[in-house]
Design a binder for this molecule. Structure first.
Ligand SMILES: [Fe+2]
Ligand SMILES: [Fe+2]
Length: 490
């Protein structure tokens, strides 16, 4: 029977693990923190100052102003916390975008009073946030923007607020999942139509009975113009989303799919100048995609990240075994394991330079160093030992960092297994294939490469199974590549 102490230890470990974010948020500089805090203070002032504008503010009014001020300040803080929890990669520019949108909306509410429909105020920013920062952040933003009104909300029909909350909720949920600009266009048509029908049903019938034709027609005009305005603002927002993507570094699903286009210049260059690396990349995409689907990760992210993980090999394609035709190996010519290790590390450093030059978003660029982590360059380390050279073990390790997310960890495992699976005998049994996969995965686990990735034991098992499934699928149509003893480095 399990000892109570070890059970308590396990429980404590699981609790601590569940409290940690899946990835440590990136640091924000002090000056950015100060700017963000000041904007939050301005939002709180804008949202609450009208309470003090009564002719003679009494003690109770000052107290209720203070309460509103603190409440809005805290909700802004929660919004930032939620956005950082959902997107550990979020940077200060993106946080500034979220709170600036809130500030703009609160200011427009002050200026227009109840003249402008809350639909047009809340829904378009929710679309931008859900696309760039995810559903949960968008829902948090929507709840603050829909419930915090500088004026008394009695000026606004409560049914209209409910309709706004529901429509903005739908946009937040769907916006986080939408994968193409065409679907975004559909959303910008169907949501205003839904809002129009809901307004007729929930507000029109209540305030302007059908029997009073004149009143009903006037109200229909208002509902129609509100929904039309919403549709126009949503369409303009969709047009501006690519600009937001480049200014604020947002990574929308549509942007991910655009980057995954194999006709992109960098990927075309890879296919022409380093065809072996390109083939290796395609096979890895298959392995990584299947494994990510199995554990419920971000498939679009890993598909695009895999495509760019080895672009750094473009700096010297023929130094990598998959691009050699078997006749000449520059590593043999220089016969210097330390120099060879530098060339291998350079494929990471140069890859990051390519990422910067091609303005690849940070979550995609992260795949470049993290797929190698701090792995040992075993082949050249052995050579250095054979030659009895003086060296540190760190000279033959990649500089890292080790994978910081499940997706980059999967890519590291796929990268390790690809060469071995490609070289495997066509008649090998499933058991032998699984054995090979397990050996590679376990070696990375023991080396501590998966420590920061948050992959559980169950997920690692599923990843191994999915690699096996892909291998079973491709073994019948597999191309035999010439393999040499050097094929262990990548
Ligand atoms: Fe690599
Ligand atoms: Fe690779």
């Amino acid at each position: 029977m399990q000892k109570p102490t070890s059970f308590l230890k396990k429980l404590n470990y699981s609790w601590k693990r569940s409290q940690l974010p899946s990835r440590r948020p990136i640091q924000i500089s002090r000056i950015d923190k100060l700017i963000i805090f000041l904007i939050c203070v301005v939002i709180s002032i804008v949202s609450s100052y009208k309470i003090l504008l009564f002719p003679t503010p009494k003690g109770l009014d000052v107290f209720s102003w203070f309460l509103t001020f603190v409440e809005v300040l805290f909700t802004c803080g929660f919004l930032i916390l939620i956005s950082r929890k959902e997107n550990p990669n979020i940077n200060s520019r993106q946080i500034l975008l979220i709170i600036s949108l809130l500030l703009i909306v609160q200011m427009i509410k002050n200026i227009s009073g109840s003249g402008l429909s809350p639909l047009s105020l809340v829904i378009p920013p929710a679309l931008i946030i859900s696309q760039g920062m995810g559903t949960i952040t968008a829902l948090a933003w929507v709840s603050i923007a829909s419930l915090s009104w500088p004026d008394s909300i009695t000026n606004i029909n409560s049914n209209l607020l409910v309709i706004t909350l529901i429509c903005a909720g739908v946009v937040s949920v769907l916006g986080g999942r939408i994968r193409s600009r065409a679907q975004l266009l559909q959303l910008s048509i169907f949501v205003p139509i839904g809002a129009l029908i809901s307004q007729w049903v929930l507000i029109g019938k209540e305030e302007y009975p059908l029997v009073d034709n004149q009143e009903f027609l006037t109200s229909s005009d208002k509902f129609f113009s509100d929904s039309l305005l919403l549709a126009i603002i949503m369409l303009i927002t969709i047009l501006f989303i690519p600009i937001f993507e480049s200014i604020f570094g947002l990574l929308t699903k549509a942007r991910l799919l655009e980057l995954a286009d194999k006709e992109k210049p960098l990927i075309r260059r890879l296919s022409i100048e380093a065809p072996g690396t390109f083939e290796h990349t395609l096979l890895i995409c298959g392995l990584a995609e299947e494994a990510t689907r199995m554990i419920g990760g971000d498939i679009d992210l890993i598909k695009t990240g895999s495509l760019y993980h080895d672009v750094g090999k473009l700096h010297a394609p023929n130094w990598f075994i998959e691009n050699q035709d078997g006749s000449r190996n520059p590593h043999d010519e220089i016969d210097d394991p330390l120099k060879s290790a530098e060339v291998l590390q350079a494929h990471v450093d140069e890859g990051l330079k390519f990422a910067r030059k091609n303005r690849l978003p940070k979550p995609i660029a992260n795949f470049i160093p993290e797929h190698q982590g701090t792995l040992k360059m075993g082949y050249f380390l052995n050579k250095a030992e054979e030659k009895k050279l003086m060296f540190n073990e760190s000279d033959f390790r990649y500089k890292g960092p080790i994978p910081q997310s499940k997706e980059t960890a999967i890519l590291m495992l796929a990268d390790g297994c690809e060469a071995a699976l490609r070289a495997m005998d066509i008649n090998a049994s499933d058991y032998e294939a699984l054995e090979t996969i397990s050996k590679i995965v376990n070696s990375r686990q023991v080396d501590g490469q998966l420590s920061d990735s948050d992959l559980s034991k169950g997920e690692i098992f599923l990843i191994k199974k999915s690699f096996l499934n892909v291998w079973k699928r491709i073994r019948h149509r597999r191309i035999q590549y010439p393999t040499t003893k050097n094929n262990t480095f990548s």
